[in-house]
Design a protein around this ligand. Structure first.
Ligand code: GDG
Length: 475
């Protein structure tokens, strides 16, 4: 890399926060990917002459650092086989299912692990090249769990934070991982290790005590060399204000009316929006809805389900199987209980602009979020932020991190189909007064606990955290 920029604040994530788009005329340009993380971190990056290190999305292409929309971006190259082994393989075929309660069987392959180590080292090296002396580096998510320790070895002067966006599994499941000790030691390179949930943080500290043998007290790990590592929970959130603004836009409201009309203006529009992922509980929720119709508990004239399933990880085998399963299930339910002019489940396997998402949230009477396990689930919070009228109901799995905060949701165990059917009926039949009482309190919570507050609380804690227990001066 020629002339690496230097930065006092560095974010390291699997992907850069930009996508390449082809303009009319064939030229390509970068467009900032939509998402709360980048909008929350952008001001911090700009204030601190920050840089973002990540893969740019195209295999086997080396790019020089570049600036986009005021952000200093440092691309990390990946070969075709690294995309297969590090990203699709170890990240999404091993870690993702293992960390989500093994709802699909994780695969353990030594060559995937070797690619994971190699790629993590490359990310760590880039961060070591870019970070200023004494700077702050914030590493994101499960694809990069070895980076903190690798980076600390290269640059002990840095203050290093790590945040895991997905759950951290209980010890019984984590033990399956052949490289469990290396992963724990990788994370222990950070000064602060953040999780979505207090339970995840506790799982981590317990594992460190049991597996690595370090002394721990509450959320602190005491390393033999005198260093301290703090673990903590930092539940992520959304840019609530911008969602509400979009929801209030008359164009959004008009589009929401159109959607309802096109669906045949039923009494209840139920909505699911998820990446097409086996952790999201799509199968369970569609079955519950299908059974309610089949047994006559709800009438097809009264209720329809819209399921947006955004294409995701399409080259990973388990995702191909899931897609076929859902295609078949939707086809079967629509075939069994649909009739001319009335389709029970409108299934959309595509992704939509944010404005269309907001219109869908506005059109939905009942938002159905039923993951089998989810670190947080931002869709639940986005729905709440869009309900400025305090209307609508959120049905939420108790296994989503969001359930800890959105306590007034209609709570379900997605494994309990009968329970889920009963709760869907309860949400549909609840009086408006009851629904708005619940929504008002959730909306207040989400607007006060937005993504800026999340980023600030992590970074303040990182800046203030003690790094040594033997009174060494801070780096
Ligand atoms: C991981 C963790 C944690 C979806 N379809 C479209 C679209 N989306 C947006 C949603 C939402 C985001 O994608 C999905 O976020 P989730 O939180 O629901 O789930 P994961 O992708 O699994 O995210 C999760 C999260 O990281 C953050 O820490 O909450 O637990 O698994 O923002 O709106 N956006 C657009 N079009 C779509 O079609 N524009």
């Amino acid at each position: 890399m020629s002339n690496p920029p230097t930065a006092a604040f560095v974010v390291v994530a699997n992907r850069l926060p930009v996508d390449r788009v082809t303009l009319p005329g064939g030229r390509t340009a970068w467009r900032t990917s939509p998402g709360g993380l980048v909008s929350a971190l952008k001001p911090v990056l700009q204030r601190n002459e920050g840089a973002w290190i990540g893969w740019h999305g195209a295999p086997a292409e080396e790019l020089e650092p570049f600036v986009d929309d005021g952000l200093e971006l440092v691309p990390v190259p990946l070969t075709h086989s690294e995309v297969e082994e590090y990203y699709e393989g170890f990240s999404n075929g091993t870690l993702w299912p293992l960390y989500h309660d093994v709802v699909a069987p994780p695969e353990f392959h030594r060559e995937w692990w070797e690619a994971y180590v190699r790629v993590n080292r490359r990310f760590a090296q880039r961060a070591a090249d870019v970070a200023e002396r004494g700077g702050v580096v914030w590493v994101q998510d499960y694809q990069l769990q070895l980076v903190p320790a690798m980076l600390r070895e290269m640059r002990p002067d840095l203050r290093i934070g790590f945040f895991l966006h997905i759950p951290f599994p209980p010890t019984e499941l984590f033990q399956q991982m052949p490289w469990r000790r290396q992963i724990l030691e990788g994370l222990l390179g950070a000064d602060l290790v953040g999780f979505q949930h207090q339970g995840a943080s506790q799982n981590f500290v317990r594992l460190v005590r049991q597996r690595v043998g370090h002394k721990t007290h509450r959320d602190t790990v005491y390393l033999p060399d005198g260093r301290l590592v703090t673990a903590g929970s930092f539940p992520i959130s959304i840019d609530a204000e911008s969602f509400e603004k979009l929801a209030r836009d008359p164009a959004t409201e008009q589009r929401a009316d159109e959607i309802r009309e096109e669906l045949g203006a039923p009494k209840h529009v139920l909505l699911g929006i998820d990446r097409l992922d086996y952790t999201k509980g799509l199968r369970q929720r569609l079955r519950a809805f299908g059974e309610l119709l089949a047994e006559g508990s709800i009438d097809l004239d009264d209720a329809v389900f819209v399921q947006v399933a955004t294409p995701s990880r399409e080259r990973v085998d388990q995702y191909k199987v899931l897609r076929d399963d859902i295609d078949r299930l939707v086809g079967r339910i629509n075939g069994d209980v649909g009739r001319i002019g009335r389709v029970p489940i409108t299934y959309l396997h595509s992704s939509y602009p944010k404005a269309e998402m907001a219109a869908l949230y506005r059109a939905a009477d009942i938002m159905v979020v039923t993951p089998l396990r989810d670190g947080m689930n931002l869709v639940a919070k986005e729905y709440v932020a869009c309900r400025y009228d305090d209307q609508g109901a959120l049905v939420l799995s108790e296994f989503a991190g969001a359930a800890d905060e959105l306590k007034q949701a209609y709570r379900v165990n997605p494994y309990d189909i009968n329970g889920m059917k009963a709760t869907l009926l309860q949400a549909m039949e609840s009086p408006d007064r009851e629904k708005s009482r619940r929504m008002r309190s959730m909306r207040k919570y989400v607007s006060e606990h937005d993504i800026d507050r999340w980023a600030k609380s992590f970074l303040d804690r990182l800046a203030g955290s003690e790094t040594h227990h033997d009174k060494h001066p801070r780096p």
